[in-house]
Design a protein around this ligand. Structure first.
Ligand SMILES: [Zn+2]
Length: 406
């Protein structure tokens, strides 16, 4: 029996677990509360794992420790930053910035292998994570057998900053009219369909009762809910929202953006028999940030930019230049310049000097102008960003005359 005791059909769990200690950034108190400007273009992929076992018997919910660790390493190698689920929520609230390409790691259902096997690996990489727990599945509960995590282990995780969140009481389909298993105290387990008030009471206990139990037993604040199997509806959402849940997680993986709805945050469920899911998720975030491969940032100073970073020019028609010769061998066809307010501009590149330049021909309207120069060097994308100021009232009259040579 490798399942703790879930019904056979539950081979595919949904929901997430979340690791992080709550880093709620409460702005304290001077009369002026300034929120940090968050990067609204950042994207987050969320992974959901279940059991870690050496010998896969249930490929729908299991993964080997070696495969799991390889994935954690790959995130690092690809420059994807693992952030806590609470940081994701803080970013969504506009309170905290996160790296442009981030990932959140969650573990569902509370298996002891998450404590014994996954946690040491997460520690090794310094990654935060979240556990999504269904309370009857904790060791000693009606569904918590020998492979289940214990309350003591959960307390240990909590004490070490791991985020613990809710995944119902008995891990079943929460929609009215679906067959579920009920086990009254001391009674026999029976399959049944609940309707009306009976259903409402049962569902409320799954969604709210389990939250209260986690909060009381562990002394934590629970603000996230992972929906079993991803099965819910508007009524369930409403109950959850009204019970203090800030975010609801499903298993329909997709990159999460600043505007993704909070009541259906998709996660990628990683299973041994579908290794492609991880690869695809990682690719999604790579391409959506515009490049595929990782991008190496080059400091504007190293490019002798003109205007210089932070400089203020007196013309609305400046000549913009950067010298890429220090970056390495540049693929001449790959050089691209973007200017705020203009987009991609027809800049010219001189391979001999490594200089990319563009004479602005349309007056810049903003007080400040950002430039992004990108290019490929030996198959790797390099990118430099800088910003210069444009003096208000600057006219075209003082603009330099020379147009860069082609
Ligand atoms: Zn689950």
């Amino acid at each position: 029996m490798c399942k703790k005791q879930e019904s056979a059909s539950s081979s595919k769990q949904t929901s997430a677990s979340s690791p992080t200690p709550v880093a709620t950034p409460v702005a304290v108190a001077t009369p002026k509360i300034t929120k940090p400007v968050v990067d609204q273009t950042a994207q987050v992929i969320i992974f959901c794992y279940h059991r870690l076992v050496d010998k896969i018997r249930y490929p729908g919910t299991e993964i080997t420790p070696a495969a799991f660790e390889a994935q954690m390493k790959e995130l690092k190698d690809r420059g994807i930053t693992v952030i806590s689920l609470q940081d994701l929520l803080a970013w969504k609230r506009g309170e905290k910035n996160i790296p442009a390409r981030s990932a959140v790691i969650t573990f569902d259902d509370g298996w002891k292998s998450q404590y014994e096997v996954a946690w040491p690996i997460m520690k090794k990489y310094g990654y935060p994570f979240t556990m999504f727990i269904y309370t009857e599945g904790v060791r000693g509960g009606t569904l918590g057998g020998g492979e289940a995590i214990t309350w003591e282990q959960l307390a240990d995780l909590r004490d070490n900053g791991v985020d613990i969140q809710d995944h119902t009481a008995t891990h079943q389909d929460l929609r009215e009219g679906h067959t579920i298993t009920v086990a009254p105290p001391g009674g026999k387990r029976t399959r049944t369909k609940l309707t009306g008030q009976q259903y409402e009471d049962w569902m409320r206990n799954e969604v709210v009762g389990s939250k209260d139990l986690l909060e009381q037993r562990l002394g934590i604040k629970v603000n996230s809910f992972a929906v079993p199997f991803g099965n819910y509806n508007d009524h369930v959402k409403e109950i959850a929202r009204n019970s203090g849940y800030e975010a609801m997680f499903t298993v329909y993986g997709q990159p999460i953006t600043f505007t993704s709805p909070m009541d259906s945050i998709g996660r990628y469920a990683i299973e041994a028999n579908k290794p492609k899911v991880f690869d695809d998720a990682v690719k999604m975030i790579a391409t959506s940030s515009g490049g595929g491969a990782a991008v190496a940032e080059v400091g504007a100073k190293d490019l002798s930019t003109q205007p210089a970073d932070g400089e203020t020019v007196r013309t609305a028609l400046p000549l913009i230049k950067a010298n890429l010769s220090g970056v390495g061998q540049i693929d001449p066809g790959s050089v691209q310049m973007r200017v705020s307010g203009l987009g991609v501009v027809p800049a010219s590149f001189d391979p001999k000097t490594g200089t990319v330049s563009y004479q602005v021909t349309q007056k810049l309207h903003d007080k400040s102008c950002s430039v992004i120069v990108s290019a490929k060097s030996q198959g790797k994308k390099v990118e430099a960003h800088w910003t210069f100021g444009v003096e208000q009232g600057a006219t075209a009259g003082t603009s330099p005359v020379a147009t860069p040579k082609k």
